[in-house]
Write a new protein. Structure first.
Length: 290
């Protein structure tokens, strides 16, 4: 058994679960179906082919590249169009302005910084005007990912911070960029009270940078909606929610404490009044309390 295919089967999740996560991207790229004459997708490091099968369902012509022979065999069994090659080598063979979408899911953490910079430049050349580059990778903002989960895969080199990847797409010449944290547990925000565990481990475990090559005004305006939305959970957001919850609890505690103090003083006052009345010296002594 090929190590890496077996590894993905065990640690990345089932093909069904991965496919469901990837559905997030379909509404983003869908406008290109009507705006490009030949809407197509190139998936770098296509793995088992979940994304290729999904875009095929949505009328994109999908092509995949992977250097792992067993991954290629798995895709061939599904009748997907795939090629066994290094991603950079394959991109260098393609014509300029030839693909609507270029994607890579959990691939860039396997390559050197030099290769990443080169890859981005090649992707810009190969994309059609208005085309999308989608790069998803583990999110080091999630403390568990950054300190443990990332290193479960022995072929990972180093985490790629989201701000760095976004900046590199700008340097490469892409017109628009957005960071999208993703795949977090949505139930966290429904909790009455967050815990320290939620802050440490609750941020989105993955993120994507989506970058767009400059195209016509019509094409750019047709694909701009998703840039204005907010996505995912960051450690900073969770920490702010937790801090606000603590401050609110402290305010409530102070209010309750003040109420208890007022009631205590009132009870003492009434008790002293009762003693003075019982002592028969109410008229003279109670004036001192009034």
């Amino acid at each position: 058994m090929n190590f890496y295919k077996n590894f993905e089967d065990n640690f990345r999740g089932s093909e069904k679960s991965v496919t469901e996560r990837l559905r997030f991207y379909i509404p983003i790229i869908n406008p290109l179906i009507n705006l490009h004459n030949y809407p197509n997708v190139l998936d770098l490091g296509c793995g088992r082919g979940e994304w290729l099968a999904l875009v095929k369902e949505h009328d994109f012509d999908g092509y995949g590249v992977d250097s792992n022979s067993e991954m290629i065999e798995s895709c061939n069994l599904k009748r997907l169009k795939v090629y066994e090659s290094n991603a950079i080598d394959y991109l260098q063979t393609l014509e300029s302005n030839s693909f609507s979408v270029i994607s890579s899911f959990h691939m860039i953490e396997h390559i050197s910084f030099h290769d990443l910079v080169n890859l981005l430049k090649l992707c810009l050349r190969v994309l059609k005007p208005g085309g999308f580059l989608i790069m998803e990778t583990p999110n080091p903002d999630n403390i568990r990912v950054a300190t443990n989960n990332f290193y479960i895969d022995p072929t990972h080199l180093r985490p790629v911070p989201a701000d760095l990847l976004k900046y590199l797409t700008t340097v490469a010449g892409f017109d628009k960029q957005i960071i999208i944290p993703m795949n977090e547990d949505k139930a966290i925000l429904k909790k009455d009270r967050l815990t320290i565990v939620d802050i440490l481990f609750g941020a989105s475990p993955d993120y994507a940078v989506i970058a767009q090559k400059r195209g016509s005004d019509l094409l750019m305006s047709a694909t701009e909606d998703f840039y204005t939305k907010s996505y995912g959970l960051t450690t900073h957001q969770l920490a702010e929610i937790y801090t606000n919850q603590i401050e609110l609890e402290m305010q409530n505690f102070r209010k309750v404490n003040e109420k208890i103090n007022r009631l205590t003083h009132l009870k003492i006052y009434r008790f002293l009044k009762y003693l003075y009345v019982k002592s028969g010296s109410f008229k003279n002594k109670f004036k001192l309390l009034s």
